[in-house]
Each structure stands twice: as structure tokens, then as C-alpha cells.
Design a protein. Structure first.
Length: 168
């Protein structure tokens, strides 16, 4: 149990620090690389929750596909030094975010190592997070919202193609 606690706090710290580095970097490519690190840490947290399917989807879809899309957008925008200078973060805001994040990370960490943290006795079903459990819910009672979501995504793709065509 102690290894899981240390792994959880390590992954959570990596996730929070990389998330802060995403919004404070001047270079958009380095921000995108820190976003990949955040996605990988989040996938590790999903793995700790015994949600293996969500962890694999997080790596494949977000760290793979979405990041390629973000890199393409960054390359198409071709931001110069003048545009990037306007995006430069405030140092005091960054320090305040680090202090607040440190407090939120240090408090539960201190409670866990001092032994005051309560142990959870929550049990999960044997097929929790499996492809079969997710698909039976997704294509069972939630098939209509799933299809509506596919239509919304199709409308977003068509809209982005129309906007891109006007720009070119």
C-alpha cells in the first residue's frame, strides 16, 4: 500500500508541475511537450485506479493523436517573437501558483506519511474498467447520447473545414 501511495503522489506531482509548465512556457512546442508529460502522468493515475482501458486510451488518443493535431496547429500559425512576447506570463502569478500548488500537494502528502490518512475499503467489480464493461454501458443504455456526440463531432469537423477553406 505504501508503494501505491508514493506512486500516486509522484504521478500527481508530475501532473501538477507539468500542467503549470504548460501555461508558463514561452515556446509553444515546449508547452506541447509538457502536455504530453501531463497526459502520460494522468494515464498512470488511471492505471492506479484500475482503469486500464482509460489509461491506454489516454496514451493513444491524447498523447498521440491530439498532440499531433496541436503541433500541426502551432506549425500552421507560425508565431514569431513579437506574438510570443505578448503571451509571456507574469513572474509573480507563476510564484503564487507554485505556492498554492505546493500547499495542496504537501498537505495530503504529510497526512499520508504521518499515518492520519484513512484507508479506503472500496472494492471494485472484477471487470471494472475493462473494454467489455465500458462497451456494454456505452452501447447499451447510452447508445443514443453516443450517436448524438458523433453528430456533434461531425458538425465540428465540417465547421472547421469551412473556416479553413475561407482562410486559404
Amino acid at each position: 500500500m505504501m508503494v501505491e501511495t508514493i506512486l500516486f503522489f509522484s504521478l500527481a506531482t508530475i501532473l501538477v508541475v507539468s500542467s503549470l509548465l504548460i501555461i508558463t512556457r514561452e515556446n509553444p512546442i515546449s508547452s506541447a511537450l509538457f502536455m504530453v508529460l501531463a497526459f502520460i502522468a494522468l494515464a498512470g493515475l488511471y492505471g492506479l485506479l484500475s482503469a486500464g482501458f482509460a489509461a491506454v486510451v489516454q496514451i493513444l488518443v491524447y498523447a498521440g493523436g491530439i498532440m499531433v493535431l496541436i503541433i500541426f496547429v502551432i506549425m500552421i500559425l507560425n508565431l514569431g517573437k513579437s506574438e510570443l512576447q505578448a503571451l509571456r506570463p507574469n513572474l509573480m502569478l507563476f510564484l503564487a501558483l507554485i505556492l498554492i500548488t505546493g500547499a495542496f500537494v504537501a498537505w495530503p502528502l504529510a497526512l499520508a506519511f504521518m499515518g492520519d490518512a484513512t484507508q479506503s475499503s472500496v472494492s471494485t467489480a472484477g471487470n471494472f474498467g475493462s473494454v467489455q464493461a465500458i462497451s456494454s454501458q456505452l452501447f447499451g443504455p447510452f447508445v443514443f447520447p453516443f450517436e448524438i456526440l458523433s453528430l456533434v463531432l461531425l458538425a465540428a469537423i465540417i465547421g472547421s473545414l469551412i473556416l479553413a477553406r475561407r482562410r486559404l
